[in-house]
Design a protein around this ligand. Structure first.
Ligand SMILES: Nc1ncnc2c1ncn2[C@@H]1O[C@H](COP(=O)(O)OP(=O)(O)O)[C@@H](O)[C@H]1O
Ligand SMILES: [Mg+2]
Length: 429
């Protein structure tokens, strides 16, 4: 059967998802809501917000959508999968209950503790007085995490007691993250390299995707404020295929199995944010969806049809899938607007995009782009483009991505010059 697929969201991750899903012989059309200028150039878009679940469901019914793939976490945590299911619509993504692995850090930590999945030591607090007393007792460095969704801003790594007390006050008393900070997790600080492992899951079964690493800080050398991600690369030299299989077996599947045991079947992508410590990988967090920008580097290396994997997951046939990867590596450089991750100017014309169309092994995934008054492409957000390239090695992919970046211009554009440089000299598997 030929399928009509709806991708929900409008960032670089969703552009990569649309592109990968549309390549499938099993897919007749890909739609996106709300999309962006780059997505709109190739796919029909509906002007519906990812938070308008009823609006999306009505649209999906009317357009006879066979399967919906939500990109962002907010609609998943609000129960898009449950509400679509009530109307007979299929979703590749976890139920609201299952998405709690991302929606509540204390829920995820307690789940991991229950099944012995390695994660930094932690305590959960609803009372700032007790939280302060605990932090004074354990000392620094320490990590303070708002329990709920905080748009990537809810975690403070604190090196002094002053920082830790301020983080507790901000989250629990000043409520800078709203209700998301009324409960906090106080966590042991751990050292190592960070890595992302995403897996396609259904029930207690999961197929790992290739590992990736994103670069969260705004500026070269990992300094400056945290962002949604300034770039990414895949695979990563420090995790070979066997290490990935081990993480799937000892970390991902036990968590899925415990959810299933509690009556919560997880279907969708499960994202493990890992620290590779000298005691082995430990979980810093789970997300209930594809990562952004990790998706932009992982999907271009996927040889197997993504739609086939996603359809198998929603139909309970995931164990029959085998997944193949291209050799080589992939690098994504995010071009951002001046000011990002703070407030940024919008509406700046972007030039040079047409020059990238013919470049082999280069994919430009749009994030914050829109059509200007004369039909030109203009900036419309913090992260504007994810310029991605593949190559035989990380160094080759990186050089190709930066060559492509050099063609693209918009006022105030900034991007990191060191994406994948930590690994580009090392062989990948
Ligand atoms: N226990 C920890 N030890 C050291 N660094 C941490 C720890 N937990 C989180 N971090 C750092 O903070 C970042 C954000 O934390 P994470 O749990 O991934 O939350 P979120 O992505 O929701 O902001 C991580 O990518 C990592 O750099
Ligand atoms: Mg994270």
């Amino acid at each position: 059967m030929q399928m009509r697929i709806l991708v929900v969201g409008g960032g670089g991750r969703e552009h990569a998802l649309c592109w990968a899903l549309a390549r499938s012989p099993r897919v007749s059309r890909v739609y996106c809501a709300p999309g962006n200028a780059g997505i709109r150039a190739s796919f029909e878009c509906a002007g519906i917000s990812p938070d308008d679940i009823d609006g999306l469901a009505e649209w999906a019914k009317r357009e006879m959508i066979d399967l919906t793939v939500p990109g962002p976490e907010a609609p998943l945590i609000s129960g898009i999968a449950d509400r679509f299911a009530e109307r007979g619509l299929k979703v590749f993504g976890p139920s609201g209950k299952a998405a709690m692995i991302e929606g509540s850090k204390s829920f995820a930590k307690e789940l991991m503790a229950k099944v012995g999945v390695p994660t930094p030591r932690f305590e959960v607090f609803d009372d700032p007085v007790r939280a302060r007393r605990h932090v004074s007792a354990v000392g620094c460095p320490v990590v303070i995490k708002a329990d709920g969704l905080a748009a990537g801003k809810g975690v403070s790594v604190c090196f002094t007691p002053g920082e830790a007390m301020k983080a507790i006050e901000d989250a629990m008393e000043r409520r800078v993250f709203g209700a998301a900070g009324s409960r906090i997790v106080v966590e042991e600080f751990v050292r190592g390299e960070e890595a992302t492992l995403m897996a396609v899951a259904d029930g207690d079964f999961a197929i790992p995707l290739q590992p990736a690493r994103d670069h969260k800080r705004a500026f070269d050398g990992d300094v400056g404020p945290n962002t949604g991600g300034m770039g990414a690369y895949s695979p990563i030299p420090s995790l070979d295929r066997e290490a990935v299989r081990d993480i799937c077996r000892t970390i991902v599947r036990p968590v899925l199995a415990e959810l299933l045991r509690r009556g919560t079947r997880y279907t969708g992508v499960i994202y493990a944010g890992l620290m590779l410590t000298d005691r082995g990988p430990v979980v810093l967090e789970f997300n209930a969806r594809f990562g952004d920008p990790e998706t932009q580097v992982v999907l271009p290396l996927l040889k197997t049809d993504l739609a086939g994997i996603v359809i198998a997951a929603v139909e309970g046939e995931l164990p029959r899938c085998s997944v193949e990867w291209a050799d080589g590596a992939s690098v994504c450089v995010v071009m951002a607007s001046a000011g990002y991750p703070g407030p940024c100017e919008k509406g700046k014309p972007i030039t040079g995009l047409e020059l990238l169309g013919g470049l082999p092994r280069v994919h430009v995934f749009h994030a914050g782009t829109a059509e200007g008054p004369r039909g030109e492409t203009v900036t419309s957000g913090g992260r504007v483009l994810g310029v991605t390239a593949t190559g035989e090695t990380l160094a080759e992919a990186r050089d190709r991505a930066y060559d492509a970046v050099s063609f693209v211009r918009f006022e105030g554009a900034h991007y990191r010059r060191d994406i994948a440089s930590d690994a580009a000299g090392r062989p990948v598997h």
